[in-house]
Design a protein around this ligand. Structure first.
Ligand SMILES: [Zn+2]
Ligand SMILES: [Zn+2]
Length: 387
């Protein structure tokens, strides 16, 4: 089958201490500390074989995400920027939809012909985190598109338990093709859903919300907040094309940030929230040193700051402000478990969420390098590969 294959050089940084497991498997816990000089080739590789508990999908669409771009963006020494677990050579692609081609002998719920979306997190179910109800913190996670071959290929082998049936979406969206495109971007919605409704302890309808960053995660948060009764959603975003998508997806106000002081942006937030400040503040920009000082000054009483974007820099906050305002700072990561996928699928099937305005570019699988170049501009919406 045809696949996009990423290769890189195994070259642990001086000073990075490898565990014996990393040494043996070359599955780096932190790719940026071990893998350098990434490159991609379109290759013919053997078709995957179906294990008893697996399904083989014919991939319909795979979305490119910021994490995929971080494989290819390198620092001065040539190390990739991706901070999480990864092993190479491997096929990227964790935002995936497809049609079941083959179902292993021990599968129970899926049959050939079913339309599915992928839950990329293959949690172990056995570690302390999994057994305590923290699947997103699994201590021995496999992740499709990171530590296992992903969906930028014609075929994909995944455990049956990592697929969700989306047959019902075809009826709502008017056909299988439309359903499979939408299903490929369920994943960013699950990331936002997990943050807003699983990690944040109490979001109430009627809140004023501010989202920093209108990439796919910020846009997904926008859709979820509007459909669950946020009174007003304000979005901050640099790129004009992303601002236009946020407008199409129902933002009440979309603004660009230049070099204003945190105080003046907070003043702007208060102006757009009847003087109250924001109840819900979503970090989806991964620019903590820039956004957190603004968020801290924009909080209403009882505000919740929800951190979804990723940024390795330390940010400073005056915690006194959190005490005075009875405010919360909430860390969110991952997207699996807790009914997150099925609830997002139900919302799309019910017409409460429509991800389609987010899709701005489609490429054939063979054009992976061009798709990557488009996505690396970080200007439009979602880039889909369609094998
Ligand atoms: Zn992603
Ligand atoms: Zn686990």
């Amino acid at each position: 089958m045809l696949a996009a294959v990423i290769a890189a050089d195994w070259s642990p940084r001086p000073g990075y201490s490898l565990t014996p497991e990393e040494e043996r498997t070359r599955m780096a816990r932190s790719a940026t500390n071990a893998w350098r000089n990434p490159r991609v080739e379109m290759n013919r590789i053997p078709d995957p074989e179906c294990g008893p508990e697996d399904v083989i999908l014919r991939v319909a669409a795979a979305g490119l995400c910021g994490s995929d771009l971080h494989f290819f963006e390198t620092d001065a020494e040539g190390y990739m920027k991706y901070p999480g677990m990864a092993r190479f050579p491997s096929v990227p692609g964790h935002e995936v939809s497809g049609v079941v081609m083959e179902a292993g002998s021990a599968t129970r719920y899926l049959r050939p012909g079913d339309l599915v979306c992928l839950d990329d997190m293959v949690v172990c179910g056995r570690c302390d985190a999994c057994r305590r109800g923290f699947p997103n913190q699994c201590e021995s996670l496999d992740d499709v598109g990171f530590t296992m071959n992903g969906g930028c290929a014609e075929l994909l082998r995944v455990p049956e338990r990592n697929c969700w049936n989306v047959n019902a979406l075809a009826e709502r969206l008017g056909g299988r093709e439309q359903a499979l495109e939408a299903a490929a971007i369920i994943e960013p919605y699950t990331v936002a859903y997990n943050a807003l409704f699983e990690c944040a302890p109490r979001l109430k309808p009627g809140g004023y919300a501010v989202i920093f960053g209108a990439g796919p995660i910020g846009l997904a948060a926008l859709g979820l907040l509007k459909s669950t009764g946020a009174a007003r959603v304000l979005v901050f975003e640099h790129h004009p094309s992303r601002r236009a998508i946020a407008e199409r997806m129902g933002a009440d106000q979309v603004l660009a940030l230049q070099d204003e002081s945190p105080e003046s942006v907070a003043e702007l937030v208060r102006r757009h929230t009847g003087g109250a400040g924001a109840d819900i503040l979503v970090e989806a920009a991964g620019a903590f040193t820039h956004t957190l000082p603004i968020m801290e000054l924009s909080m209403a009483n009882g505000a919740q700051i929800i951190i979804i974007g990723r940024d390795g820099h330390r940010a400073s906050l005056l915690l006194e402000n959190f005490q005075v305002k009875k405010a919360n700072l909430i860390g969110a990561m991952g997207n699996t478990g807790h009914g997150t996928y099925p609830n997002v699928i139900r919302m799309m099937t019910a017409g409460l969420l429509d991800p389609r305005p987010m899709i701005t570019h489609r490429f054939e699988l063979a054009d992976f390098p061009a798709a990557l170049a488009q996505a690396r501009g970080r200007q439009g919406g979602k880039v889909l590969l369609k094998p």
